[in-house]
Design a protein around this ligand. Structure first.
Ligand code: SAM
Length: 242
């Protein structure tokens, strides 16, 4: 992707990120991550504002992060306990955090924020390099749904309340498996544009990346509750182990 900047997404969204993600099933995800960590250390790639990391830390799980956006980090640091989480500032496809971890987490489609297959392969290798023997790498991502696009474009309603409407416009570039999206947030007296670019991949391609990094798939669920992954699942939570 030309002019790729890992910190661009956070720069535009940091101040509203927690509002935009308020309806995600965060508690369910934290329960599952706590279980997968089996009492060991957790490293979150793209830790953001600490949506997952802070509740995990509050349960006594030692958590660290990697993050490219100074703005997202500032929001994390301002929260109670946010200044006690060690964060390596950098690109999670290459940055190195200290020590070995039981679990590396890459949640909420963030693997697709990496702009190329090469960068995603590097990310899987970087995750494996942080794991203790037998450790796990968990990836949460959507399943590409090209049928939702007409003329390689799609517009969908994300949420609708009396105070705010959230719409997403997307354009597909199938030759290099990329998608440009901009969320449009409309509220009284305010329009916000929240762009995000994705290099998307089907679950099987992610499995191959895991194998190239020396990992095997242990689970694939359709969500954090552990529901079965089926032909109709729009997303997956995949767990790989070293
Ligand atoms: C969608 S948010 C997810 C935040 C958090 N993991 C969560 O689940 O709420 C993606 C985060 O990853 C960060 N990010 C995106 N690409 C990155 C990269 N290549 N290296 C480090 N951080 C990155 C963004 O700045 C943002 O904080």
């Amino acid at each position: 992707m030309p002019g790729f900047d890992a910190s661009a997404y956070g720069r535009r969204i940091a101040d509203v990120y927690d509002d935009v993600t308020a309806d995600l099933p965060t508690e369910l995800a934290v329960d599952r991550l706590n279980e997968l960590a089996e009492g060991g250390r957790v490293l979150e790639f793209g830790i953001g504002t600490g949506r997952l990391a802070l509740p995990l830390a509050a349960r006594g799980v030692p958590v660290a992060g990697v993050e490219a956006s100074a703005e997202m980090l500032e929001v994390l640091r301002a929260k109670p306990g946010g200044d006690r989480i060690p964060v390596t500032v950098g690109d999670f496809s290459t940055a190195r955090a200290d020590g070995a971890f039981s679990l590396v987490v890459l949640a909420f489609n963030t693997v697709f924020a990496l702009p190329s297959q090469d960068a995603q392969v590097a990310c899987f290798r970087n995750a494996a390099a942080h794991l203790r023997p037998g450790g796990r790498f968990v990836v949460e991502a959507w399943v590409p749904d090209l049928g939702a696009f007409h003329d390689r474009s799609a517009v969908r309603l994300l949420s609708l309340t009396e105070d705010r409407i959230m719409v997403e416009a997307a354009r597909l570039f199938p030759a290099d498996q990329t998608m440009r999206t901009t969320k449009i947030s409309l509220a009284s007296g305010e329009v916000r544009l929240l762009p995000a670019n994705h290099r998307y991949a089907w679950p099987a391609e992610l499995d191959l990346m895991a194998r190239m990094a020396g990992m095997e798939r242990e689970h694939r669920w359709s969500d954090w509750s552990g529901a079965a992954f089926t032909d109709d699942s729009p997303a997956h939570v995949s767990v790989y182990h070293l």
